[in-house]
Design a protein around this ligand. Structure first.
Ligand code: M6R
Length: 364
């Protein structure tokens, strides 16, 4: 049931601290501060390349994970949308691992990609939320998310749980490849373990996000900008807004703005900038200032330091807790979900059952 919540989507957004904690519990051993994953029946240390395949929001979780596989495990990581992967001629060599990511475990394109890769001799890991699904059954290594049933067509809690699993898996692969010493593993686990509390703190901004929904609800087009692991969050924010509020939205890598899309900027196009403090902050802010210099109306989502440093001149700011860059993509999912939700409610759309969409896409 929806409990006290008006929509399943809102209920599921609010469940995130609990379900992410639940998911992390099965992948982290907190006493030793170690990651602990099911042991596959193939040799993880022999994996030489990772190919991630998924659709929609699950694809964006995979995009974030690509950064982690490269950064922690130093393993080349490709990512593709399933409907593209399946119909090109991807090179699949020995030592390749395909990771499929899917809430339902039944998405037809992702399942077809899995079967194709398996026929080409790839090992298969599946990050799925439905443990009885086809993908769960057909994988060599099952890595379940413990998000519980997700009813809203817009995926929310499945996404943050996918990120939790993928971060632990990237750490696990890094360890298997001898790229993660004990100290680094401990640190990584500690940062991950901070996610549930940080998600809770992010939810505390619900009312202030609701109060600014009118700034977006009247727009025809909205842009989302982010960099590095927060670039996929810009794509996810735009997808959420499109699918439930029917407002046209695009996500861009902040550095790409000046290569074209900045031509769209005027005072009628709100620009949502995702810029947590960290190594990429300054660069993202300079892209944001390029937008502002052309009359763009910016909503900055950052932490207290980021908002203090760059919030001036924005039409609104959303202040997130200050978190380690590893968990920023999980935490910053909350404001983009809430923003899309409140804009949709303000527009009076059917939030849980948006037009033209199905929860699970079982045709190719
Ligand atoms: O069940 P899956 O994770 O495989 O579904 C993939 C997409 O269909 C799904 O994420 C879709 O994009 C959502 N409606 C996004 O909110």
């Amino acid at each position: 049931s929806k409990g006290n919540h008006r929509h399943y989507m809102l209920k599921e957004i609010y469940e995130q601290p609990v379900v992410v904690a639940q998911t992390l519990r099965s992948y982290l051993r907190r006493m030793e501060d170690q990651v602990s994953l099911p042991v596959p029946d193939f040799d993880l240390s022999a994996i030489r390349r990772v190919t991630i395949v998924a659709c929609g929001t699950s694809f964006y979780a995979g995009m974030v994970a690509k950064y982690w596989f490269e950064q922690f495990a130093r393993v080349p990581a490709d990512i593709d949308v399933a409907s593209e992967f399946r119909y090109r001629a991807p090179v699949m060599e020995d030592g390749g691992l395909m990771i499929v990511i899917s809430q339902s475990g039944e998405t037809a394109d992702t399942l077809a990609a899995l079967r194709h890769a398996r026929a080409e001799g790839q090992k298969i890991a599946a990050v799925v939320n439905v443990p009885t699904s086809s993908m769960a059954r057909e994988a060599d290594l099952l890595l379940p998310t413990h998000a519980g049933p997700e009813i809203g067509v817009a995926s929310t809690k499945a996404f943050t749980c996918q990120l939790a699993v993928l971060a632990a898996f990237a750490a696990n692969l890094a360890r298997a490849k001898g790229r993660l010493d004990e100290k680094a593993e401990k640190e990584l686990v500690r940062h991950l373990a901070e996610a549930p509390a940080a998600l809770n703190a992010a939810l505390a901004y619900d009312e202030s996000i609701e109060a600014m929904a009118h700034l977006i609800a009247g727009a025809r087009d909205v842009l989302y900008l982010g960099r590095g692991p927060d670039y996929p969050l810009a794509l996810e924010g735009a997808l959420k807004l499109k699918e439930i509020s029917y407002i046209h939205a695009e996500g861009y890598a902040a550095g790409e703005m000046k290569h074209g899309p900045i031509a769209l900027i005027d005072e009628s196009v709100p620009v949502i900038v995702l810029a947590p403090s960290g190594p990429l902050f300054e660069k993202t802010v300079s892209n944001m200032q390029e937008v502002q210099a052309r009359g763009g109306k910016v909503v900055l989502i950052s932490d207290y330091d980021g908002v203090a440093a760059a919030g001036e001149g924005c039409i609104a700011t959303i202040t997130m807790p200050k978190v380690h860059p590893l968990i920023a993509p999980m935490v910053y999912a909350v404001p983009v979900q809430l923003l899309a939700y409140h804009v949709a409610v303000a527009k009076g759309t059917d939030v849980d059952q948006p037009r033209n969409l199905a929860k699970s896409v079982t045709v190719e």
